[in-house]
Design a protein. Structure first.
Length: 282
């Protein structure tokens, strides 16, 4: 059994320091007895006392503040995951969220979405913009649009009458979505990024009324009934998953509740394929 070292923070700092290239960071790389940056160089980059940084590595520096940890993380060129690990070691909590906009997903994640043949699936950001989806999602839930404004789930939900008409219990769905949206935005540290979106959505009386209830929830999993204009009633079960390594991204997968629902979706996809073929021949 491996025991946790009492100076786990110091060990981690030394390890990260040893993996940096001095030349790449503007330091002289000649005549170094050990690889990586010196302690004084890390302290210089972080704008902190070299003595105090040395104490941190030795387990004598006390608990550093969040500001100091942020500067050390930048000095050591830590990734998002490495920065989180640094905070957990030093303060036993994750750092304050830093929201980074994401406009696309990796090819691997897109292939995963496409593998769900009759299960509508999409990936959304913390501000609820759809950045990837599969054919089943386009067929059942409707197109996510070609411009950024059309890809936002809440804009479509409150302003697109066709999308609104597909939900049998719109009021319940609206409360659920806004509660989950509020939690997602706060968790991702994206409150300032959605100011314009909320101002725009406030044109809707329904949005203002429900938003002012200040409910908070989680997308989680559940079921949904949709009245599709072509396929009729479709019942779906859904689950939401965080995309590891991409803070703020989550994948939502809807699964047909019954074999009959699967056939309805399959029929929609076949219709879409025929339409695509006919269009390509024009």
């Amino acid at each position: 059994m491996i025991e946790q070292d009492e100076n786990a923070l110091g060990i981690y700092l030394r390890d990260r320091r040893s993996k940096l290239d001095p030349k790449a960071l503007g330091f002289n790389g000649r005549r170094r007895r050990t690889p990586g940056l010196r302690r004084e160089e890390v302290a210089q980059r972080a704008n902190i006392s070299a003595t105090w940084y040395t104490w941190l590595e030795q387990g004598r520096g006390g608990a550093p503040s969040a500001d100091v940890l942020d500067r050390i993380a930048d000095a050591l060129v830590l990734t998002t995951v490495e920065r989180e690990h640094l905070f957990l070691l030093a303060q036993n909590r994750p750092p304050e969220a830093r929201y980074t906009p994401v406009n696309a997903v990796s090819p691997r994640l897109q292939r995963l979405l496409d593998s769900f043949e009759v299960s509508p699936a999409f990936v959304k950001t913390a501000t609820w913009d759809v950045v990837a989806s599969n054919r089943a999602a386009e067929a059942v839930l409707g197109s996510s649009g070609d411009v950024p404004e059309e890809r936002n789930i809440l804009r479509r939900f409150f302003f697109d009458s066709a999308a609104r008409s597909r939900l049998l219990n719109w009021e319940h769905a609206a409360r659920f979505l806004l509660a989950a949206f509020r939690a997602d935005v706060t968790r991702a540290g994206a409150s300032s990024e959605v100011t314009e979106l909320i101002d725009d959505l406030s044109r809707s009386d329904d949005f203002r009324r429900i938003w002012n209830e200040n409910n908070v929830g989680a997308y989680g999993e559940g079921s949904k009934q949709m009245l599709h204009p072509v396929a009729g009633l479709i019942e779906l079960e859904y689950s939401s998953f965080s995309v590891d390594g991409e803070p703020g991204l989550s994948m939502v997968v809807f699964h047909p509740a019954t074999p009959a629902d699967s056939e309805r979706i399959r029929s929609l996809l076949e219709r879409a394929t025929v339409a695509e073929v006919q269009t390509s021949r024009l």
